[in-house]
Each structure stands twice: as C-alpha cells, then as structure tokens.
Write a protein that binds this ligand. Structure first.
Ligand code: NAP
Length: 326
C-alpha cells in the first residue's frame, strides 16, 4: 500500500513537472524592439494582471498609455508603479466601467475630445462569475463586461484609430470560446444550469469577442487599422478569485505548478500591439504569439453577421456610429 502511494505520488509529480516544462517551453515571447514614442495606447482593465503587464511593457517603449480602469485608487497605484519602473511619466488614468454603457460612452467622449491620436487599443478588461446577474443596462453581466463594452468602445474610438493609421486593435479573448454555446438570436441567454455552465457563459462572451474581431477586420479592410484576438494562456491572476472550496484548492495547486505568470500572459497582447511581424495581419486569433486556425462557425459570415447586428442593437449604436462594410 505505501509502495502504491509512493508510486502514485511519483507519477503525478512527474506529470506535473512535464506539464510545467512544456508550458515554459511553449510560452511565446514578443522579441520586437518597437519604439512607441509619440504613440498613444488605451488598455482597459490595466490596473492588474495581464493588462498591467501589457501597460508596463508599452510604457517602457515610450508610449503615452491610458489606463482605462473602473477603480481610480487601484488604477492610480498601478500608474505610480509603472512610472517608477519605466521612468515614463506619460501614463494616465481614465475611468472606464465596462458594466455600464454610459461609462464607456463617457470615457470615449473624454478621450475623443482630449487626445490627439490612438495607435493601439487593447480590449483587455474581463471577468467571470458563477452568478447570472443583469447589469443596469439590462444585459448579461459577463457578456457586457467581456464583449459588448469592447464592441462599443472600439466603435466609439474608430475614427481616432483610422486617423492615426497604421493602428491596431487587440481583443483579449480566451480558449474557452471553443466551448461556447452562443445563441446569435439571444446573446444574453445564460446556458442551462449544469456544473461548469458558468464556464460556457464566459466562453460565450469570448466567442463574441473572436467573431467581432473577424468581422471588424473585414469591415476595416483598406483603412490601415488591424484587429486581432488572442488567448493569453492559463495565467495566475485574480480572475480566479471567485473559486471556492475544492475548486479553489485544485486551482491553487494547479496554478502554482502549471499556470503561467502574468508577465508571460501579457506576451501575446504585446506581440499583437507592437510586433512588425503582424503589422499587416488582421482578423486572426493568436495563442503564444502564433496564429491559430479559427473555428468553423467563426468563419461563417451569416453566423457573425447575426451576432454583429444583435450586438449593435444591444449596445444601442446610432446609425452614424455603425461601422459599415464599404
Ligand atoms: N487569467 C487567465 O488565465 C485568462 C485566460 C484567458 C483569458 N483571460 C482574459 O484576460 C483578460 C485579463 O484578465 P486577467 O487574467 O489579467 O484578470 P484580472 O487580474 O482579474 O484582471 C482583469 C482586469 O479587468 C478589470 N475589470 C473587470 N471588470 C471590469 C469592469 N466592469 N470595468 C472595467 N474593468 C474591469 C479588472 O479591474 P478590477 O481590478 O477593478 O477588478 C482588472 O483590471 C480578461 O479579458 C480575461 O478574460 C485570462
């Protein structure tokens, strides 16, 4: 019996070590030396996790970096850290709460009135929850934070992006878009209550994200604005703080062994934001700084069109704000 226990422990440890080594060896790194002096960047959810390290890197390259965050205090802390580490004082906090379309509109209005240009927009803010609440706009919370608000923000900033071209939009999605069960006619519908249905709900928002990326790229052809989506990897951040009980224990154990760090998790966002290798690439999905094949559904125009049009309605775009394929 003790022998079996020892064997099992050794086998599990070996498997975990192999996973760890594999995860380290396959992490993609941005190796470019792109200078961003004179460029302006917006990163949503930049006060912590992947967004923070993306902001840190782009600040290091000399950009004017706008931290679009919902909590001023946390964002100020992040701003001070970034300035201290990079020596770049051109880091600014602007309030942005993805649970409210009014807040997204207020952010965009202020940005458009006060900023001269926009070279890189990183739609990074995201969350997951086991609950199924509605926002004050009457939307599924996870859909609104992870997808609708990025869709709306990008529409409201598109003229600045076009005027600053070549410019880039980077959408932080997730591999969980592959388990989505999104109804294009009823985007807000929560999946039926089953164990792990909250992961499907999260996947739905991230599928929305990837479809948005592909369709936006089509509509922006010839404008000099590119748009790509990514999965950052499994990254140890506070996004997993919601887990409880045994799930929390398993996550904590797994995370400490095989999850990547937030610095590693930021690499594909940074790569898509600055690498010359992808300056003319648009409408693609990346993992570890490498292009991956899009799922079949995402390539279907009718599927994307339905999602696009229903999202336009959800975020209440005016006719002038819509991005029309020309
Ligand atoms: N970590 C992973 O393994 C993983 C895997 C796949 C995809 N992703 C995606 O990567 C992105 C970054 O996540 P992360 O792992 O870095 O998580 P994180 O550490 O929890 O950071 C999420 C960021 O989004 C912000 N945010 C959440 N709700 C918001 C709202 N209503 N309005 C404005 N900002 C809001 C958070 O602000 P507060 O600090 O104020 O809450 C925080 O700055 C997300 O889109 C996530 O879905 C992460």
């Amino acid at each position: 019996m003790p022998f079996t226990l020892v064997t099992v422990t050794v086998v599990i440890s070996l498997v975990l070590i192999v996973v760890k080594i594999y995860s380290k060896l396959t992490t993609g790194w941005d190796r470019s030396y792109t200078c961003l002096v004179g460029k302006t960047v917006v990163i949503t959810g930049a006060n912590t996790g992947i967004g923070f390290y993306t902001a840190l890197d782009l600040s290091m390259r000399g950009a004017r970096v706008i931290l679009a965050c919902r909590n001023r205090e946390k964002a100020e802390d992040a701003r001070q850290k970034i300035i201290k580490i990079t020596g770049n004082p051109n880091v600014v906090v602007k309030l942005f709460d993805a649970t409210s379309f009014d807040s997204v509109r207020a952010f965009a209005k202020d940005f458009n009135e006060t900023e001269e240009r926009l070279d890189i927009l990183v739609n990074n803010a995201g969350m997951g929850t086991k609950d199924t609440p509605k926002t004050s706009d009457g939307c599924n919370l996870v859909m609104q934070v992870n997808y609708y608000s990025s869709f709306l923000l990008t529409h409201l900033l598109i003229n600045k992006l076009k005027a600053s071209a070549p410019s880039r939009v980077v959408n932080v999605s997730s591999i969980l878009h592959k388990i989505a069960n999104l109804d294009p006619e009823d985007l807000d519908r929560y999946p039926d209550k089953r164990p792990f249905s909250y992961l499907v709900a999260y996947g739905n928002s991230k599928l929305g994200n990837v479809c948005f990326t592909v369709e936006l790229a089509r509509r922006l052809k010839g404008t000099g604005v590119t748009v790509n989506a990514l999965h950052p990897g499994l990254i140890l951040t506070k996004i997993f703080d919601e887990a409880e009980g045994i799930q929390k224990f398993l996550l904590a154990t797994l995370a400490s062994i095989c999850f990547k760090t937030p610095v590693e998790g930021a690499q594909t966002s940074i790569y898509l934001s600055v690498s010359p290798e992808v300056q003319n690439v648009s409408g693609e999905y990346f993992v570890d700084c490498a292009k991956e094949t899009l799922g079949k559904k995402i390539t279907l125009y009718d599927f994307r069109k339905k999602i696009w049009e229903n999202t336009e309605n959800r975020v209440c775009l005016s006719r002038e704000e819509k991005i029309i394929y020309e």
